[in-house]
Design a protein around this ligand. Structure first.
Ligand code: 5GP
Ligand code: MN
Length: 337
């Protein structure tokens, strides 16, 4: 974001505006943290702000301050649509293409508001008037902190804003351990703690609120894990029956794929999960090192993301998806060795 854009945004935000803030579909900690962080910040500036989530999200994110104000597009379509149509500014956070909001895409395409994109995914689209995109950032929440700082309003960050941003940085960095975590990330985190983010409480609210069903589902996932040793690859499957057996709730499989990566020497870990509502298989890809799962997901599974973390989908059966996957990775022998 250059100086002129920052100045233009400052001017735009210098009088009260009707603002809508949108995370991607199936929002994660970073998307919700960024959305609610911006929400509190803009409200403090006197704006009329509504966060609209394309669909529901896991219970372990519902403790965040401001959560009760979030409008779920899936449940309240006419109301959410009216907010979007009346908005003067729309922030889209933690996604790079309107495809990532799926059913909401159409209403966003006809909206007359000025769009502001803040995002760290690769290959951003160009729909926004103001784009702050940086693939080297740990998280969109770190970028929201920078964004507030660019505007010269860092002093406005209070406990609510700090709490939301801390939660998103923590979740997107795997608790500050992924390579995207920089010394700058840690400085931002330190500032957020100074501003009132309660690090231990936030960690507890997100990671230590498991249900017994979730832990048993994790046991099932680990049992299903397959190690393709010669390709340093691991994959996990979870069928619809298995999800039902362990009373699956949205978000229960979050982080499971990382267990694959924890196996010594593994460079590529994948989890295939049969969707409970729709007829497709949701896939999460993770890698260590140079193997780009963003490219792999884009090329073969209608997805994308980052170099080391991406998602995608398959419309084949589980059996055929695994067959396709196993055939595909043979072509990546050299990169995975
Ligand atoms: P996850 O596997 O945790 O759902 O997602 C990993 C990363 O890839 C996240 O940054 C997420 O936003 C992105 N991602 C997940 N699914 C998709 C997808 O279908 N398309 C694209 N472009 N990105 C995805
Ligand atoms: Mn993110």
């Amino acid at each position: 974001m250059n100086k002129k854009e920052i100045q233009d945004l400052k001017t735009l935000l210098s009088s009260p505006k009707k603002v809508v803030v949108i995370p991607h579909k199936n929002p994660d900690g970073d998307a919700m943290g960024a959305s609610l962080g911006i929400y509190h910040f803009l409200k403090k500036g006197g704006h009329n702000v509504t966060v609209i989530s394309p669909n529901d999200y896991p219970d372990f994110l519902k403790w965040m301050p401001g959560n009760e104000q979030v409008v779920n597009y899936d449940f309240y379509m006419p109301r959410a649509t009216a907010f979007i149509n009346n908005a003067e500014i729309i922030f889209t956070l933690d996604f790079n293409s309107l495809d990532r909001v799926e059913a909401m895409k159409e209403v966003l395409e006809t909206a007359t508001a000025d769009f502001v994109m803040i995002d760290h995914h690769q290959q951003p689209d160009t729909y926004a008037k103001f784009t702050y995109s940086d693939v080297n950032m740990s998280s969109t929440c770190e970028m929201v902190y920078n964004f507030i700082d660019f505007l010269g309003m860092e002093t406005l960050i209070d406990e609510d804003i700090a709490t939301c941003l801390y939660a998103g940085i923590m979740t997107d960095t795997g608790s500050f351990r992924f390579p995207s975590t920089t010394s700058k990330t840690h400085r931002v985190i330190a500032n957020l703690i100074d501003k009132g983010a309660k690090n231990a409480d936030i960690h507890n609210a997100i990671y230590d609120t498991n249900t017994i069903g979730k832990l048993h589902l994790l046991g099932c996932a680990l049992k299903n894990l397959v190690h393709i040793k010669e390709l340093n690859t691991v994959y996990i499957t979870l069928s619809r029956n298995e999800l039902e057996k362990f009373s699956f709730k949205k978000g229960d499989t979050e982080g499971f794929v990382n267990y694959g990566l924890s196996l010594e020497g593994v460079k590529f870990a994948v989890i295939f999960i049969e969707d409970q509502q729709e007829d497709f298989i949701k896939i999460s890809f993770r890698s260590k090192g140079n193997f780009s799962v963003n490219e792999f997901a884009r090329k073969h599974f209608e997805g994308g993301g980052h170099i080391n973390a991406a998602g995608g989908r398959s419309n084949l059966s589980m059996k055929d998806t695994i067959k396709k996957f196993k055939t595909l990775i043979e072509d990546y022998k050299n990169e995975l060795k």
